[in-house]
Design a protein around this ligand. Structure first.
Ligand code: OXD
Ligand code: MN
Length: 593
């Protein structure tokens, strides 16, 4: 097949990799519908994908991964920087020379009898000054088809690259999907990613976590911008004005739900709307007017399926109705559609569960879909996609919001006193773990800025980068920084806040604070709303005033224990910025005083 570029750095790197992995055939992905359709047909002919009911779900497919390969694997994810210090205390580190040797030994000849697909892709709208280009080599059609949804792919990307050497190298080899030899390695200094022995999304769609967060966070540090694990939403007020918020939550805390939120009825009637710019990743830069602007570098949603339904997220559900790839959900044999826990109360009786065995959803104790089963859906499908989604200049950010699952500690919302305090608030984020990553579920772990598994360099230096970005902004123009917690529970373990669409009530307060329209109460941890400023109209019988007061309260005893936990966490960082140490001392004094 004809090469799609004459770029020497691209061609010589590909030649080298062909010599290493020895494919039987090489195919350049041009991004055409014709090629995509042919690949879908091929994947169906080998059983790699299953074509779903084309009337109900046009251009939709189902894929099942290996049973041992259903989530990102943090223990096997490495930052291969020249020194351990550069990777920092929160990343696994491997010496780059050793890592290359080990990975090349694993990858050697691994494409024998297989096809190499060359995927040129752009993170961000092709040609935008925010955007960056990558090339992923893979032996998986599933990866190609997912990348064609999640990123902008094909000839136009290579045209935009021209003969530049500024692109990210990505080599993916399925090998034998051997978990003992599974490695996801980033080489930030070399703009290189190598992923072996996995076929699961987050490990193999190299544009996403590996590039758009791990490599890009390092690029951002060197080039003066930020790559963040943040959704971007536009909140439209009744006067038609739209304010943009970037929000970071650990995996599976409902980022996709918040990004596509439908306002409660009363708000909707008044004219409130939420527009989704992105549900997972933000790339952020200072604009000419001195404000921060963000783009979503992705082109689709790789969302968690279980729990997605007409009530929790109708926009996400609507996004999955065409051109979507489902991974590890149940197959309903009666109508050749898909099902997952929480979709509706009517599980299919005649079905195949995610591992591929016959399954009766009415009688089986087993789950039909894996808890981390996914949909890969084109962003354009989303009914509330922002008109700014393709804007190469990005959208201006009014607020940064951090959050996590804390059953008892953090109030529903609080605002930091200033930028540096906000960076501190982001740095102490913590959450109960979920099924999105392999490992124990339900354990509290610190996850600064939701970047713990995604920061491509020393987390302490990343915090300093946040502080430096703030120092370069006019405080009047800098986004205000908040923390939210939708997950407070009462002593019986019931959630005390309805969440989902009702989270708009909190976003509304956040924007009012950004605009200086509403007062707040100063507490030892920051500013919390006066209870009368969170509108409970329409929540009668669900959230009482007393309940609201309870979830806005700051319990000093709990915070005392938290301060200890933060101290232990911070002790890991030799390079902890002095600014954060000072913020920590202030919190300690405020809590103890
Ligand atoms: C994701 C994650 O898949 O954060 O977005 O795990
Ligand atoms: Mn994520």
């Amino acid at each position: 097949m004809e090469k799609l570029t004459a770029n020497k750095s691209v061609l010589s790197w590909i030649e080298e990799k062909i010599d290493l992995v020895k494919p039987e055939k090489v195919v350049w992905i041009d991004g055409s519908e014709k090629q995509i359709e042919a690949l879908r047909a091929e994947a169906c002919s080998t059983g790699e994908m299953i074509k779903l009911n084309q009337e109900l779900l046009p251009d939709c497919y189902l894929h099942r991964t290996a049973v041992n390969d259903v989530a990102r694997v943090e223990a096997r994810t490495f930052i291969c920087a020249p020194t351990k210090e550069e990777a920092g205390p929160t990343n696994n580190w491997m010496d780059p020379a050793e890592a290359y040797k080990m990975l090349y030994d694993i990858a050697k000849d691994s494409y024998k009898g297989r096809t190499m697909y060359i995927i040129p892709y752009s993170m961000g709208p092709v040609g935008s000054k925010f955007s960056k280009i990558g090339i992923e080599l893979t032996d998986s059609i599933y990866v190609v088809l997912n990348m064609c949804i999640m990123t902008r792919v094909g000839t136009k990307v290579l045209e935009a690259l021209g003969d530049s050497n500024d692109w990210v190298r990505g080599l993916h080899c399925k090998c034998e999907i051997n978990e003992e030899k599974r490695y996801i390695c980033q080489f930030p200094q070399d703009n290189t990613i190598i992923s072996v022995n996995s076929g699961y999304g987050g490990n193999v769609l190299l544009g996403k976590k590996c590039f758009a967060l791990r490599i890009a966070s390092y690029q951002g540090k060197n080039e003066g911008w930020q790559a963040e694990h943040m959704l971007i939403l536009g909140l439209q007020k009744p006067n038609g004005e739209i304010k943009y918020i970037c929000a970071a939550f650990p995996s599976a805390c409902g980022k996709t739900n918040l990004a596509m939120l439908i306002p409660p009825e009363g708000y909707y009637k008044k004219g409130y709307r939420v527009w989704c710019v992105g549900d997972d990743i933000s790339w952020i830069r200072k604009g000419e007017d001195g404000r921060l602007y963000a783009i979503n570098p992705e082109n689709g949603f790789f969302g968690v399926a279980p729990g997605t339904n007409e009530k929790s997220n109708p926009n996400a559900l609507a996004s999955t109705k065409k051109g979507t790839i489902f991974t590890n959900v149940a197959l309903n044999l009666d109508n050749n559609t898909v099902w997952w826990e929480g979709l509706d109360k009517n599980p299919p009786e005649n079905a195949i569960e995610w591992k591929g065995s016959a399954w009766n959803g009415k009688t089986s104790e087993e789950k039909g879909a894996h808890p981390n089963s996914r949909f890969t859906a084109p962003a354009v499908n989303c009914p509330c996609i922002s008109s700014e989604f393709e804007n190469p200049q990005g959208v201006p950010i009014s607020a940064f919001v951090f959050g996590g699952r804390r059953a008892k500690l953090a109030p529903l919302v609080y605002q930091s006193r200033n930028w540096n305090h906000g960076v501190f608030v982001g740095s102490i984020m913590a959450s109960e773990t979920t099924a999105a990553a392999a490992g124990a579920v339900g354990v509290v772990r610190r996850d600064p800025m939701a970047m713990l598994p995604f920061c491509g360099y020393n987390m302490a230096d990343y915090w300093q980068h946040w502080i430096d970005i703030g120092a370069g902004l006019d405080p009047e123009k800098a986004p205000k920084i908040f923390n939210v917690n939708w997950f407070r529970k009462d002593d019986e373990g019931n959630f005390m806040w309805p969440g989902f669409g009702d989270n708009l009530r909190v976003l509304d307060w956040i924007i009012d604070r950004c605009e200086g329209k509403v007062d707040a109460v100063e507490t030892p941890i920051g500013f919390v709303p006066r209870s009368e400023d969170i509108n409970l109209e329409g929540l009668e019988g669900e959230v009482s005033k007393a309940q609201l007061e309870e979830i806005l309260s700051v319990d000093k005893d709990l915070w005392k224990a938290e301060v200890e936990g933060i101290g232990e966490f911070y002790a890991k960082f030799d390079r902890l910025p002095a600014t954060l140490k000072a913020e920590y001392e202030t919190l300690k004094k405020n809590i103890e005083g």
